[in-house]
Design a protein around this ligand. Structure first.
Ligand code: HEC
Length: 256
């Protein structure tokens, strides 16, 4: 009887999980083009040169609309910018500080410990500038969307003419990968939208992939360290298991 019950439970659990998998697929919609990412998998690491190119794309293009409210300028050290470079990057933005001795708020150049300066004072202003759509903060967007970096790259390069009969509302744009296919963000990346100092050819896809790597880094700046530690821990556990097994054999050897 017991076994019967557990078999039924197990079957129900499997059915439910398949059901959910179907729903998840339906929500994800169209399949994303899969890119190769240096940072994926337990042995993957962020390609810092690529992440620095991605920062350039972010700074020159995305930062006009999107904030990175959880990221400090000093986080840029993790992708290979020197302290002086980070100071210079920070100082090019102005932040509000205060109140001073007179009780007034004042503007000053940002320093390394400041968070990335937001492009809009508040969400209302951001919406007004974007036909009513709100550009979300991109600090953890790679973790917040199905497909992560693949989704970001697909979204940024997924603009196309709407198929016949599909009507795109005013102030929206057709995109193959945005859920519902109409997005409030216009196409931002074109070939040569930026000029890379390292000579990399700036195709729209290259720019999209580079900025996706940068956004992957900011979503978890310590991901490389976490993975390196994980690998060490597993190695330790393997060796430790062997040691324990040897001990067990030794201890029980006399008790046959
Ligand atoms: C002109 C302003 C503008 C610029 C520049 C811009 N975006 Fe956006 N972005 C938006 C708006 C508005 C939305 C919200 C769209 C919506 O909800 O329909 C958005 C949404 C997004 C989303 C979220 C999509 C989702 O699934 O919710 C991502 C990711 C994104 N942008 C990335 C970028 C990146 C990366 C860049 C730089 C290459 C960039 N954006 C440049 C306005 C902009």
């Amino acid at each position: 009887m017991r076994t019967m019950k557990s078999i039924i439970f197990a079957a129900a659990a499997v059915a439910v999980s398949f059901g959910f998998a179907e729903v998840a697929k339906a929500n994800e919609g169209i399949e994303l083009p899969q890119q190769i990412w240096a940072q994926s998998g337990p042995f993957g690491r962020i390609d810092k040169t690529q992440a620095r190119r991605g920062f350039q794309v972010f700074k020159e293009i995305c930062a006009n609309c999107h904030s990175l409210g959880l990221v400090s300028y000093r986080n840029l050290r993790g992708i290979g910018f020197t302290e002086d470079q980070v100071k210079e990057i920070a100082a090019s933005a102005q932040v509000q500080d205060g109140p001073n001795d007179q009780g007034e708020m004042f503007m000053r150049p940002a320093i390394q410990s400041d968070r990335f300066v937001k492009p809009f004072e508040n969400d209302k202003k951001a919406r007004v500038a974007n036909n009513g759509s709100l550009p979300p903060d991109l600090s953890v967007i790679v973790k917040a969307r199905h497909g992560g970096e693949d989704y970001i790259a697909a979204l940024l390069t997924g603009y196309a003419d709407a198929p016949a009969g599909f009507s795109v509302p005013d102030g929206k744009y057709y995109n193959k990968y945005f859920p519902g296919n109409t997005v409030g963000m216009p196409q931002m990346l074109f070939d040569d939208s930026v000029t890379y100092a390292d000579g990399t050819k700036a195709t729209a896809l290259q720019e999209a992939k580079d900025v996706a790597v940068f956004l992957s880094y900011v979503a978890e700046p310590t991901q490389d360290e976490r993975k390196a530690l994980g690998v060490k821990v597993i190695l330790f556990l393997v060796v430790f298991s062997g040691l324990m097994y040897a001990c067990k054999r030794q201890l029980w050897a006399g008790l046959h």
